[in-house]
Design a binder for this molecule. Sequence first.
Ligand code: SF4
Ligand code: SF4
Length: 228
Amino acid sequence: MIVAERRHLSEILKNIEPYNKVLILGCRGCVAICSTGGDREVEIIATALRIARKRQGKPLITYEATLIRQCDPEYLANLPELMKDAEAVVSLACGVGVNLIADLYPDIRVYPGVDTLFFGANTQLGVWQEKCRGCGDCIIDLTAGLCPIARCPKNLLNGPCGGSQNGKCEINPENPCIWHLIIERLTARGELDKLNEIWEPKDWRTYLGESPRKRIREDLIKNNKREG
Ligand code: SF4
Ligand code: SF4
């Protein structure tokens, strides 16, 4: 999932300072699962903003709604209706949702209510850990499913840096050295020869080049045209 965390209330308050009526818009996708932007958080943030503004002597009216997803135009279709009495939106979706609203509705003033962090997994209650960086050219078939791009702070591709101590990363000893784990796991499987080949430098164009990246499925576009 995309992992996000709530912005400091003072930043949200600063953005909505000119407005008296604001829609707090949650998302039931990733941000709901990481307890940052679902129904419950919409209610909490709306209440916190109203209290803070009352203290400032400038009461705020909030409207609350949560969409199935904010990263899909289909679910944003009734946003203008939700906005009919509001002057601005505080979106609790990840940056994708905020960008899509800004693209589709140029007249709507939309402000982020969360900071978008990384692609991660919920490894225990209250803990999310980065597992993938969306590099666009996956190599974890060769590394026993463990990603050195996202999980080695130096993004090393041809084995460990040599600084790990007792299997822990030298940059942050709270974390395992991911290359230590990769080698341990491949050894146990009898697949260490997967690392015999020296990898060429990674082609980072699939990650950083030709930004913003786009994925096109011609078959879906054609089917859609035929059905339409
Ligand atoms: S190699 Fe790239 S796509 Fe695969 S898990 Fe790592 S960052 Fe994600
Ligand atoms: S100790 Fe391991 S995980 Fe940490 S930087 Fe070195 S190779 Fe990467």
